[in-house]
Structure formats: C-alpha cells, structure tokens
Write a protein that binds this ligand. Structure first.
Ligand SMILES: [Zn+2]
Length: 282
C-alpha cells in the first residue's frame, strides 16, 4: 500500500510539474508569438495605407508637397497670366519705357473673328481662365492681372503686377490678326534687350518663350511662326520679371477663327500652354 501511495503521489507531482511547465511555456511562447505576429499586422496596415494613398494618386506626392511647403527655399513658382485687351479701348497714353519720352496708347483694342465676329478679349479671357485652373492643379501659384473683360488696364499697370508678385513668368495671352486671311499659326513675342529691365530678363524670356511655343504648336498641331523679339511693347519694357506674349492663332483666318472660339480648342490651347510652362519653368 505504502509503495502504491508513494507511486501515486509521485505520479501526481510529476504530472503537476509537467502541467506547470507546459503552462509557463505556453504563456511565454504565446507572448512571443503575439509580438512576432504584431510586426506583419503593422506592415499590412502601412502597406494598405500606402496602397490606398497611391490609388488616390496623391499619397506620396501629398507627402512631398508637405515637405516642400515646409521648406522655405522650395516656394511655389508664381505665374502671372495677363489676358489681353478689354471690352473697351483705353486711349490714355503712357511712357513706352521707364524714362522714355515716347508715349503710347494704353489699349487700342484687339482683333475680331473674321467669320464669328468674336472679339479677341473674349477668346483671351476664356483661355486665360482655363490655363489658370490647369496651372493651379499642377501646384503653381497663379495671379491674374484681371478677371473681368470690362477692366481696361494700361500696360505699365499690367507689368507692375508681375513685378510686385516677383513672378517667375508673366504670360500674356493674345490672338493675332493679319490683312491676309491665309496667314495662320502661333508666335511668341519676347522683350528685346533695350534697357536695364529688358537686358536682365531677355535670356530667360527667350528660353521660356521658345520652349512654351514649341510644346504648344506640337500639341495643338499648328503652324509655328517662331519667337520674335520686340522693343515697341510697353508691357515688356516695364517688366523686371521674365515675360512672354503668345499669339495663339489668327482671328483673321476663317478656319482658326472658328477654332479659337470653340471650347474644345480653347481647352487644347490651355493644355498646350500649361505643358509648355511645366517644361520651361522649373
Ligand atoms: Zn491682342
């Protein structure tokens, strides 16, 4: 009997020790397992977050923008858009250049569609507003010299808006006209280096003008009439910041007149200009 009792006690103790050992091991290993398992869960979450951000198309770039905006040297590029002309002419005069005795009319009025009779200021304002929206969606800061067709600004006034903003680029939006109904296509006017202002901005304006014009004509598919330097434009001579003036096509050409007045073609022009600016102004 005693032997049996000792055996049973021994057996019970042995089993108890085994159970205790197992419990301790389990609790240890489950803690370890949980810790181990926590890593992939976190990874999964962060992967999910990155994926969902990417699927919105702005996850990583949002972060980049945040970093950029917190960095003082990485300020957003400022583009000033200057829609040409107004629904009224402005026959007051202003000096052609700083210190010049030569006076020039502020705004004699723009062209008119040979077929549609659409005034140039209307085409200029439509494309300008479309370009503003596109540039803003690309992260540019955009300032308009005017947003109402009734505002008839002088060219010194327009130039001073660009100067005050310390713009990276001023782009003046116009449509052309010619005595010949056959002439078509786009050209880019830039300041000729004739005074202190234009000497400082000529090189950049030339580069921006050439780049933007080439992208525009390639994308829209029209005649490239090239970059022309001008010394007779008040808005250029007063500018202290790079400035270009795009002539987007001829309102005196029946085909281009109809195109320039269509919403679809205006969208194409705005897109071409936006891509040109993106390529040029970095
Ligand atoms: Zn014009």
């Amino acid at each position: 009997m005693k032997k049996n009792v000792r055996f049973i006690v021994g057996l019970v103790l042995g089993v108890a020790v085994l159970i205790a050992g197992f419990v301790v091991y389990e609790s240890y290993s489950s803690t370890f397992k949980t810790k181990k398992a926590a890593v992939p869960v976190e990874n999964k979450l962060s992967n999910k977050q990155i994926k969902s951000n990417n699927s919105n198309g702005n996850g990583i770039s949002n972060n980049c923008e945040k970093i950029k905006s917190s960095s003082p040297e990485a300020r957003k590029k400022i583009i000033v858009i200057d829609p040409g002309h107004a629904d009224r002419s402005n026959l007051e005069k202003e000096p052609l250049a700083p210190g010049s005795s030569e006076m020039k009319i502020k705004d004699g009025g723009g062209a008119e569609g040979v077929v549609t009779k659409t005034p140039e200021y209307s085409v200029n304002m439509s494309v300008s507003m479309k370009l503003k929206a596109l540039l803003e969606s690309e992260g540019y800061t955009v300032k308009m010299t005017k947003t109402k067709i009734s505002e008839s600004l002088g060219n010194v006034e327009r130039a001073e808006i660009g100067n005050k903003e310390n713009a990276d680029l001023v782009i003046r939006i116009h449509a052309d006209s010619s005595d010949s109904s056959k002439v078509s296509g786009a050209s880019m006017l830039v300041p000729e280096p004739i005074n202190e202002n234009t000497k400082n901005i000529n090189e950049k304006s030339m580069y921006y003008g050439k780049t933007i014009l080439n992208v525009l004509v390639n994308e829209v598919g029209m005649n490239n009439r090239g970059v022309v330097q001008r010394n007779d434009m008040t808005g250029f001579n007063w500018s202290k910041v790079p400035v270009v003036l795009v002539e987007m096509g001829f309102l005196s050409n029946a085909e281009e007149d109809k195109l320039l007045c269509s919403d679809e073609y205006q969208n194409k022009l705005a897109q071409g200009l936006c891509h040109g600016i993106k390529t040029a102004v970095k």
